[in-house]
Write a protein that binds this ligand. Sequence first.
Ligand code: ATP
Ligand SMILES: Cc1cn([C@H]2C[C@H](O)[C@@H](COP(=O)(O)O)O2)c(=O)[nH]c1=O
Length: 207
Amino acid sequence: MAVVNTGRFITVEGIDGAGKSSHIEWLRNYLTQAGHAVVVTREPGGTPLGESLRTLLLNEPMSPETEMMLMFAARAEHLSSVICPALAQGAWVISDRFSDATYAYQVGGRGVAERKFAALEDWVQEGLQPDRTLLFDVSVATAQARLHDTRILDRFEREASDFHQRVREAYHQRAAQYPERIRLIASDVPMDDVRAQILVALSDLLA
Ligand SMILES: Nc1ncnc2c1ncn2[C@@H]1O[C@H](COP(=O)(O)OP(=O)(O)OP(=O)(O)O)[C@@H](O)[C@H]1O
Ligand SMILES: Cc1cn([C@H]2C[C@H](O)[C@@H](COP(=O)(O)O)O2)c(=O)[nH]c1=O
């Protein structure tokens, strides 16, 4: 996977209900108005095969290892047919989740060995990481109250609070490991304040 990366790769992460999806459309509009070509996509998903895998992943019971491998299978397809071509054309790619989610959910939440994650990440991404990751951070209690108010829950969203707590802690560990790339966005504040934090977190890339 030889990537000519002239665009920008932005990923958006957080526990379920952290509020990330609410801001992606706003960010797309902001970047478009600033003159950039923007591709918005998501994981698992973003391709016909990836969306089929998403339906399985969000609904069917499976072992934690199977879950991790399917996340990376969807990602391999996503990288080769959407993300890398868009970056090569100079677009800003905004992905609703990427491999930090696999670290948080499958390693942190499910307990899959970190070395298995690292092996798959090396194989599939060959060193490619986002230019910036916006990590929406909120307490599990707040996130769960938001979700229960708004939708029918999927297989991940139905997990108990201690699962979501482990996922949040794993995201924090990952952010501590990559402080330049991963920026925490406090999302338990009004929407306009969240958006102000997003612009600060992207300011060097936008300059
Ligand atoms: N800053 C905020 N203050 C109050 N409510 C918010 C805030 N951000 C998002 N919400 C509300 O929380 C709910 C969940 O938000 P959203 O769907 O964006 O979360 P999410 O992190 O994308 O969830 P998922 O990952 O499960 O898709 C929505 O009803 C949204 O309006
Ligand atoms: C990429 C990725 C995702 N997940 C989980 C996290 C969420 O619960 C769902 C996706 O739902 P969303 O509404 O789009 O946030 O999938 C995961 O466990 N591991 C991953 O790598």
